[in-house]
Design a protein around this ligand. Structure first.
Ligand SMILES: [Zn+2]
Length: 332
């Protein structure tokens, strides 16, 4: 039983999903590339892409043969410090209600990755709803949502997460898919800002494992905090691929080895060609022939010394820390 800790829900808002696709994101090259690479037609954007999307994830997980679940991630909107919601600053809003629906519809292949902005006045209410819906983890993208993880408004939120033993998956370091909606927000992604949550005993998963520039700090935190994990999502694109090689090397000789979790960042594309100087042509060809993108990602990581058993071991260590080894039984 292997979990992909990082898979994105998305859509256009058709099918009464409640998803809002911001006009500014629709204009970005990253959006256009994703639409093109996922072969999404203009008609589907108007009719049923939101449903096609979740079915596509479920099908890929099922036919992978070795990945049993994907944590599918919602994306809360921007809120200001005074608790005011700012939908006009949100580039993509995927409400938890859509995550509840998806996780129920494909309960055999999904785990709920909810998203709650900690500045929300009703955060506790929303968290309770997520708990009722079996939330697996909570996802933040601080620079895009406008969250300063060191802001004192987060403290009550951290208390609740620790009490409920829900891990916080937070994006770390630079961000390439979305724009910075307000200048200065990029600094919210710095790993050091998660120290408060770690000190308070929240289990934190750093998305993208501190690549491209915070790997050393990630290693330091892994040594210091047993409640610190890292996902290996989104590593094989031009922005992170060289640092990914460094990450896997460092992990082989440090405590990071015990903390890396499997994650793809689907639908963010991976380009194994960028690694051809390491893999060699024969393996590159083998990898290119793998049709399922989740399995392709896994094969590249195997080459760098992290096979499915390593990831499963780390995942089980995390689930045990969260008192959820029973999840393992449920999921097997
Ligand atoms: Zn992501």
């Amino acid at each position: 039983m292997l979990i992909d800790f990082h898979v994105h829900l998305a859509g256009s808002g058709c099918a009464q999903s409640g998803i809002i696709l911001g006009k500014s994101f629709e204009k970005r090259p990253t959006f256009r590339y994703l639409k093109y690479s996922q072969k999404i037609s203009n008609e589907q954007m108007l009719t049923d892409i939101d449903l096609i999307w979740i079915k596509r994830i479920s099908d890929l997980i099922k036919n992978s043969g070795c990945i049993s679940r994907a944590a599918v991630l919602c994306f809360d909107s921007v809120y200001l410090e005074n608790g005011e919601q700012k939908l006009e600053l949100s580039q993509l809003y995927v409400p938890n209600s859509w995550g509840f629906f998806a996780a129920q519809k494909f309960s055999e292949s999904f785990l709920l990755g909810a998203s709650i902005h900690p500045y929300r006045k009703d955060f506790l209410n929303e968290l309770e709803k997520c708990i009722e819906n079996n939330v697996f983890l909570l996802k933040w993208l601080p620079s895009v949502m406008g969250i300063d993880p060191e802001n004192k408004k987060c403290l009550a939120f951290y208390d609740s997460l620790r009490a409920a033993k829900i891990p916080l998956l937070s994006h770390v370091d630079r961000e390439f898919t979305f724009a910075e909606p307000v200048s200065g927000w990029l600094k919210f992604n710095h790993l050091k800002k998660l120290k408060t949550a770690l000190d308070m005993g929240v289990t934190v998963i750093a998305a993208h494992a501190g690549t491209p520039s915070q790997i050393e700090l990630a290693e330091e935190y892994a040594r210091k905090y047993e409640n610190f994990y890292l996902d290996t999502s989104g590593l094989f694109n031009p922005t992170r691929v060289r640092s990914a090689i460094r990450l896997f090397r460092l992990a082989q000789k440090s405590v990071l080895k015990e903390r890396l979790l499997f994650g793809t960042d689907w639908p963010v594309p991976a380009f194994p060609l960028l690694l051809i100087d390491k893999t060699g042509i024969a393996l590159y060809k083998e990898i290119s022939k793998i049709a399922n993108p989740f399995l392709r990602d896994l094969r590249v990581k195997e080459f760098f010394g992290f096979n499915i058993d390593e990831f499963k071991k780390n995942q089980e260590r995390l689930l045990t820390l969260l008192d959820r080894s029973h999840t393992e039984e449920v999921l097997t």
